[in-house]
Write a protein that binds this ligand. Structure first.
Ligand SMILES: [Zn+2]
Length: 149
């Protein structure tokens, strides 16, 4: 399986947004969108309500996302969010139903991504891939993603 390519600017912008959430002590989530399956074309931050230990997309935010995906013919290839502490997939994360296709990725950054950089991103993020049995399985980020220009 070839790795999904993601540009350095998308990774840098992701880190900035997660860190901005962390400055007010809140989790934050962004989505990585692509027109095909092998490259991230766009970063999308849904409107969301956040707290220290959760984020939430309301119905209107979901409708805006779906309209955006339809209009630009994109789909969500990965979800990326921050945790206040350790990076892992919580029960709530398992149920969070933005990406539901086999091969979809979910990345979780520890400590509000405070120490994340473009270069350490794939090593720092806990990375999960949705299996064909609809289970999130932990994986090594560098085997699934490739950061490129
Ligand atoms: Zn989480």
């Amino acid at each position: 399986m070839s790795r999904i390519k993601v540009g350095r600017s998308v990774v840098a912008s992701t880190i900035e947004r997660l860190q901005a959430g962390g400055r007010i002590g809140h989790e934050r989530a962004v989505l990585w969108l692509g027109s095909g399956a092998d490259r991230i074309d766009e970063l999308y931050e849904p409107r969301q309500r956040t707290r220290a230990d959760l984020f939430y997309f309301d119905r209107q935010s979901m409708q805006m996302l779906l309209a955006h995906l339809r209009e630009k013919r994109l789909r969500v290839l990965a979800q990326v969010h921050s945790h206040p502490g350790r990076a892992f997939h919580s029960g709530a994360d398992d149920e969070w139903a933005i990406v539901r296709h086999a091969g979809a990725l979910s990345l979780v950054l520890p400590r509000f991504a405070q120490e994340a950089t473009v270069d350490n991103f794939l090593g720092l993020a806990a990375t999960y891939v949705l299996s064909t049995q609809n289970r999130w399985e932990e994986a090594t980020g560098g085997t699934l993603l490739e950061i490129c220009r």
